[in-house]
Design a protein around this ligand. Sequence first.
Ligand SMILES: NC(=O)c1ccc[n+]([C@@H]2O[C@H](COP(=O)([O-])OP(=O)(O)OC[C@H]3O[C@@H](n4cnc5c(N)ncnc54)[C@H](O)[C@@H]3O)[C@@H](O)[C@H]2O)c1
Length: 466
Amino acid sequence: MPVPGPGYSITVRVEAPASSTAAGDLTTAVGRVGGVLTAFDVVESHPESIVVDISANALSENHAQDITQTLDSLPGVRVRKVSDRTFLIHLGGKIEVSPKVALRNRDDLSRAYTPGVARVCQAIAANPEDARRLTIKRNTVAVLTDGSAVLGLGNIGPAAALPVMEGKAALFKKFADVDAWPVCLDTQDTEEIIMIAKALAPVYAGINLEDIAAPRCFEIEKRLREQLDIPVFHDDQHGTAIVVVAALRNALRVVGKNIEDCKIVVSGVGAAGSAIIRLLLRKNPGDIVAADIDGIVHSARGNLDDNLTWIAGHTNKEQQAGTLHEALVGADVFIGVSAPNLFGAEQVATMKSDAVVFALANPDPEIDPLEAQKHAAVVATGRSDFPNQINNVLAFPGVFRGLLDAQAHHIDDSMLLAAADAIADVVDNGKLNASFIVPSVFDNAVAPAVAEAVKKAAKAAKAAQS
Ligand SMILES: NC(=O)c1ccc[n+]([C@@H]2O[C@H](COP(=O)([O-])OP(=O)(O)OC[C@H]3O[C@@H](n4cnc5c(N)ncnc54)[C@H](O)[C@@H]3O)[C@@H](O)[C@H]2O)c1
C-alpha cells in the first residue's frame, strides 16, 4: 500500500482569512484528502488575512492536484501558486564545478593558468602518469550513458537522462568525495559509444556506465575494459550484483543456511540478472536456475543469444525446463530483477522452508512483499518504504573511492566480492535480523569500509600482475 512521500511533495501558497480557525481549517483540509502535512509557514500577515506556505507529501501528481483543489475550495481561501518541490530542487541542475585554487591576483593567475601552467603540461607530456598527480584525473569519474534504459522509464534519450546522471554525480560526491561528471551521449550505436568513451578517457580515472540497455551494455563494457587503462564499471550490473551478494550473505546468516547447499532462482537475465548470476557463481552456490520472459534458461532452449548461452552453460545443473513457478518449487532463494507481480504467496509456499525472497523489480516487485512474508523468512525489495532495501548507493561510491585511491587501471571480480563482503560486514551480529540484512544507505560506515576493501583488493590484483 503506497504512502505519500517526498517524491510528490508540493508547497501551496494560499491566502486565507486571519481568523482563529484558519490554520486548523487549512491543515485539516490537507489531511482529509490523504495529504501528509510537512510544513506550515506564515509568509505574510495582515489585519484581515494571512498568506501561508503549506508543504505536503502526496501520492501522485493527481493527488497533489486534489490537495490543491481542496484548499482552494475552502471559504475565503485562494491558492496563489503551487510549487512542485521535486522540480524546485532541479532548477539549474544539481551539481556545479568550483575552483580549488584561489585566483585573487596576477600572481595566482600566473601559476594556475598561463604562463606557469605550461611547465605542468610539459611535465605530463614527458610522463603521462603524472596526469593522476597534477590534474583532476586523480579523482574524476565519467557517469556515461546513452539514455537507453533510464530507471523504469526506458529509452528516453540523453537529455532526459541528465537529471539521473546529475543525481548520481551528487551521490558520488556526498558519499565518497568522488568528482563525477555526467556524460550523456547523443548516440545509441555501440561502436560510436566505444569510440567516444575512448576519446574522452584521458580526463577520467574511471568510467561508470549507467542506464545503457542490455545486451548493448555487455559489449560496451567488455570492449572498454579491454581497450582502456582505467576501470570501467556498469553500475546497473555490478553495483546491483555487489549489494545482492552482500544481502544474500546476511540473509543466509539469518536462516542458518550455506550458499553451497542452496538452490537459487534468478528471474530476469538482463543487465542486473546476468551480473548477479556471474558474481554469485564465484560463491559456489548449490545451483542457480535462471528464468526470463521466455521461462527457465536451459541449453536446449531455442534462440539463446551469447549472454543466455553462457548463462545456460554455467547454471541449471539438471537443465530443468519450464516456467518460473516450476523453478521455484524446492528453491531456497528467489532473486527477482525482472517484472512486477509474477507470482504470489502460493508459489513461495512451494519453496523450501526458511525461504529468502529478494523481489527487486522497480517500482513494483515480482511479488508484493507482504504476500511474500506469509511464507518466506527474509524478504527484500528495491523500495525505500520496506525494510531491507537493495540499493546500489551502498556500493558504487565506495567502489570508485577504493579504485581511485589504489590508482587502479582495471576492475575485476575480486574487487566486487571484496565490496560485497565489506557491505555485509557492516551489519554485525548485534544488528543482524530478518528486517536488517543490509545497512542503511545513510550509514557513514559503509562507503569507507567498501573503499578500503576495494583498494586492498585492487592493490593485491596489481601486485599479482607485476
Ligand atoms: N537495486 C535494485 O533494486 C535494482 C537494481 C537493478 C535492477 N532492478 C530492477 O530489475 C529490473 C530489471 O532491470 P535490468 O536493468 O536488468 O533490465 P533488463 O531489461 O536488462 O532485463 C530485464 C529482464 O527481465 C526479464 N523479464 C521481463 N519481463 C518478464 C516477465 N514478465 N517474466 C519474467 N522475466 C521477465 C527479461 O526477459 C530480461 O531478462 C527492473 O525492474 C529494475 O528496476 C532493481
